[in-house]
Design a protein around this ligand. Sequence first.
Ligand SMILES: NC(=O)c1ccc[n+]([C@@H]2O[C@H](COP(=O)([O-])OP(=O)(O)OC[C@H]3O[C@@H](n4cnc5c(N)ncnc54)[C@H](OP(=O)(O)O)[C@@H]3O)[C@@H](O)[C@H]2O)c1
Length: 233
Amino acid sequence: VTGASRGIGLAIATRLAREGFDLTVSARTPATLDPVAAELGALAVAADMGVAEDVDRLADAHEAAFGRLDVLVISAGTGTVTPIEQTTTSRFDKQLAVNLRSPFQLVARLLPAMKATATRAPQHGAKVVAIASITGMASEPGMSVYGATKAGLISLCETINVEASAFGVSATAISPGYVDTDMTTWVHDQVPPASMITVDDIAELAVAITRLSARAVVPNVPVVRTGATLWRA
Ligand SMILES: NC(=O)c1ccc[n+]([C@@H]2O[C@H](COP(=O)([O-])OP(=O)(O)OC[C@H]3O[C@@H](n4cnc5c(N)ncnc54)[C@H](OP(=O)(O)O)[C@@H]3O)[C@@H](O)[C@H]2O)c1
């Protein structure tokens, strides 16, 4: 589970540990990651998903420790809200690397292990669960790069399904609107946290996906807040 030290990733990791999964948990900051790993009995690998070498090191550490991969949860993500004309290429590159390149790299590196796991457990197969965003399905002002990376992540999940589901490996993007986490404190004056989706809602969906048989492929699960407008963050 990437991005496992806080927010959505923490909620998913906590539930998967409760379900009996042996976990590798990852985030950049050991001070917040290590206590989570201790609590969940998980392997902690501090890694920056914006740094290609870190991503490879995370995949290698998981494989060396467990030798199999039933579920890859991709929750690490980053975003900045700026109009297109004020968005620098360095902000573009950072979001692209964390939100899209690192998922691609993890999947590319770990697909052989996931296919091998699926071969050993054909009923269940192996699953990728990637936290995308509703902004990857319908644009929001100020989120040009973030939304593009999440649209790319949704597309990556689709490609995993067409390339690997015949081998038992499927992928699901979960695409929420605003979820009440550290990532959304900036918008509290417009969207009260009590009106946001909860991390438990997203974790519930993620765990449900891990329980499906290998026959069912769920490419994308949009999740939006209550109110009159669908498909908005
Ligand atoms: N909250 C929302 O409204 C919302 C809605 C739709 C989609 N999402 C997506 O859901 C995912 C989780 O978001 P969240 O709301 O749970 O965020 P969060 O509460 O801010 O947690 C982010 C997690 O990712 C880690 N992380 C951040 N940057 C990283 C990097 N460069 N490398 C490795 N780990 C990194 C953080 O730990 P460190 O800081 O220690 O690295 C933390 O564990 C993201 O992909 C986000 O885009 C969120």
